[in-house]
Design a protein around this ligand. Structure first.
Ligand code: HEM
Length: 191
């Protein structure tokens, strides 16, 4: 592992950084799409949005599984000593609750959709129907799905605020650990 505590510029591997940003963009789209489609539930064409939401959600599920596997196999370098203990604890709490939401959102969406009359498809490819249609159970899963969406959005705001604090106020290189920008001159290689 290449680290440089003096410069605090060690980074996540490119795989981890790419997965982070791809999943981040997809999640923001999924939240927007989810809330938008709920406002036009009975409109013609809404079905296509629901199908798109389910397909992208399932794709996120796969990407999150890869991401979690990668993260567990490649623990990141510790944060620089300049990061206060309370900040470290808060960042960890937010990060692991975000991971929990990343798993719980697609899971509850998929479980709800699996109990509807038509099981979900993945970009038109029908998925196995393993559950009998059960309206009440589906609604229960969707209720949890909707509540977690708000927790998720709040955590994303907190996470972005923390990242911006590091980038604009602390300027301690923590943001650059996850950025896709080029390495600064003299910066050590990836961890
Ligand atoms: C990957 C992350 C996901 C995010 C961030 C997300 C987000 C959302 C949001 C914000 C809503 C609106 C909730 C409301 O206000 O009631 C929603 C609804 C919904 N989502 Fe997801 N979703 C995800 C994955 C999935 C997956 C994988 C499926 C199914 C395969 C799915 C199926 C649905 C359905 C069917 C609804 C409408 C629920 C209803 O009719 O009450 N979602 N989603």
């Amino acid at each position: 592992m290449h680290t440089d505590p003096a410069r605090n510029t060690w980074r996540f591997a490119l795989t981890a950084r790419l997965l982070h940003w791809i999943v981040a963009v997809l999640i923001v789209c999924q939240l927007g799409l989810g809330w938008t489609m709920m406002t036009m539930e009975d409109d013609p064409g809404a079905g296509a949005l629901f199908d798109l939401h389910k397909s992208v959600g399932l794709m996120v599920f796969v990407l999150v599984a890869v991401r979690l596997g990668w993260r567990l196999a490649h623990p990141p370098a510790p944060l620089p000593a300049s990061v206060a203990p309370w900040e470290r604890t808060l960042a960890n709490l937010v990060e692991w609750t975000l991971y929990a939401c990343l798993v719980a959102m697609p899971l509850t969406g998929y479980l709800g959709a699996s109990h509807q009359k038509h099981p979900p498809a993945f970009f038109g490819l029908p998925l196995p129907a393993w559950a009998a249609p059960d309206h009440d159970l589906a609604e229960r899963f969707f209720g949890i799905h909707a509540v977690i969406a708000w927790l998720f959005a709040a955590l994303i705001v907190a996470h972005v605020a923390g990242a911006l604090k590091h980038a604009l106020i602390d300027r301690d290189g923590v943001f650059r650990r996850m950025s896709l920008g080029r390495k600064a001159r003299g910066e050590p290689g990836r961890q």
